[in-house]
Design a protein around this ligand. Structure first.
Ligand SMILES: Cc1cc2nc3c(=O)[nH]c(=O)nc-3n(C[C@H](O)[C@H](O)[C@H](O)COP(=O)(O)O)c2cc1C
Length: 428
């Protein structure tokens, strides 16, 4: 059986599956039950000065029968006294010495505040720290969370203050509510971060009630923006992990978070450069025991590929992710409809006709039976027909060998520039 253990910047855990800092890691009772269920690590619900929460905090965005396609919350950090949390962390670590417990921290952007809380949590034996520069609501108005996390200089300075006193590895958790997450990731690295984690939640409003005209959720008729997470955010999180993983200046491990619901999602994050993953919404939706399938699925996946250790797949897809300008303009695929599998629902024809390149013809065979056929010379390989097709295997996207050698946009522009310069030289 493959070795699933990971070592993220010195933080060791028996498997790559950690619970993210959130309601599932609110107390010792919960984290201990999570470890019993199989989670390899837990990032404790963010510690700081206890806050007051509002009642009515969560909302789900359902889509096409999926109850929780996205999840929205207006919860703040822990509302339990620091002493109580510290006592429970100590007890949990004593019971589970080989599991990773990371203290998530959020305090005012003051050096002495960071020094104080770091010392207190390290005294109870945490394996690492995660600085929460991501919470998008409530704390931001007080200068914390995303308010700090959107300003690279503040990320760097506060990370530096933590590193002045920290004895355990420091992970900086980044907000996605920023144009370029690599700017804050780099700032964290410059401040001395041992790792970065991403993403925290994305600014959101889950919905508006059509009868009452209240926001969803609302608190006594008033709403406020919340943080969005769950399956819907996975592509956004995966891209942010990939952008950081391929940036050579961000040369620290990444803990991947955002929409991870099963072992396949986790493998995608690992391939895109995450050393381990964190999960919140999926655990809130289905309970701690989902980790059993995650462990089993990952283990079988690695065994079936003859891979000895989970660390052997980390980052294997990073070099395959690049800028658009580096993609081969002469690579071509076309759609091929398999008439023996096609159910003639015409969804591909409608999609292509109305919103793509009008290259699927409706034809009639000798027996008067209608069928669909792609005019390959007009197909641009956009994939839309295969995306809307409800039947697996009815449409394949096939590579068409090109007569031209590979050429990217960047190579084309460089060649054109050279040509222009040569002309200038010749004229000159
Ligand atoms: C109700 C709720 C509360 C959360 N509280 C925290 C928190 O206290 N600290 C923190 O760093 N992230 C917090 N998060 C964000 C999660 O840790 C995680 O970054 C985010 O939910 C994305 O992961 P997911 O898609 O698996 O849920 C919270 C998320 C939810 C849903």
């Amino acid at each position: 059986m493959a070795d699933l253990s990971i070592n993220l910047a010195g933080i060791k855990s028996p498997n790559p599956f950690w619970l993210a800092s959130a309601p599932p890691t609110n107390s010792g009772y919960q984290v201990q039950r999570a470890f019993e269920a199989g989670w390899g690590g837990a990032v404790w619900k963010t510690l700081g000065d206890p806050i007051l929460n509002v009642s009515s905090r969560f909302a789900a965005v359902s889509f096409n029968g999926q109850r929780v396609a996205g999840f929205n919350n207006i919860e703040l950090i822990t509302d339990r006294p620091l002493d109580v949390n510290l006592k429970e962390i100590y007890e949990t670590k004593k019971r589970f010495p080989n599991h990773a417990i990371i203290a998530s921290l959020m305090v005012e952007p003051k050096q002495e505040k960071w020094h104080e809380i770091v010392k207190r949590v390290e005294d109870v034996g945490v394996d690492g720290l995660e600085l929460n520069f991501g919470c998008p609501h409530g704390m931001a108005e007080r200068g914390m969370g995303a308010a700090s996390g959107q300003v690279p200089a503040l990320v760097e300075r506060q990370t530096f203050w933590v590193k002045e006193v920290a004895k355990t590895p420091v992970i900086v958790k980044l907000t996605p509510n920023i144009t370029d997450i690599t700017a804050t990731a780099e700032a964290a690295v410059n401040g001395g971060a041992d790792a970065v984690s991403m993403i925290n939640t994305i600014n959101s409003l889950a919905g508006v009630d059509l009868d009452t005209w209240n926001t969803i959720p609302h608190v006594a008729g008033k709403g406020a923006h919340g943080g969005y997470c769950g399956p819907a955010v996975k592509p956004i999180a995966l891209n942010m992990v990939a952008e950081c993983a391929r940036n050579s200046r961000i040369n620290v491990p990444i803990s991947g978070i955002g929409g991870i619901s099963n072992w396949q999602d986790a493998v995608e994050f690992l391939l895109m450069g995450a050393t381990g993953v964190q999960v919140c919404t999926a655990a809130m939706h289905h309970g701690f025991r989902i980790v059993e399938d995650m462990i089993e699925g990952l283990s079988h996946y690695l065994d079936s590929k003859g891979i000895a250790s989970v660390s052997d797949i980390i980052g294997k897809s990073v070099s395959r992710y690049s800028d658009w300008g580096n993609l081969d303009l002469n690579y071509n695929i076309v759609a091929k409809i398999n008439t023996d599998v096609c159910i003639n629902c015409n969804k591909c024809h409608i999609a292509c006709e109305d919103t793509s390149h009008q290259c699927i013809d409706m034809l009639t065979d000798a027996n008067g039976k209608s069928y669909l056929k792609v005019r390959e010379e007009d197909c641009v390989g956009c994939n839309l027909c295969s995306i809307v097709c409800p039947v697996d295997g009815a449409i394949d996207m096939i590579e068409v060998p090109s007569e031209l050698p590979p050429m990217t946009w960047n190579q084309r522009q460089a060649a054109l520039k050279l040509k222009a310069e040569c002309k200038v030289d010749i004229k000159g």
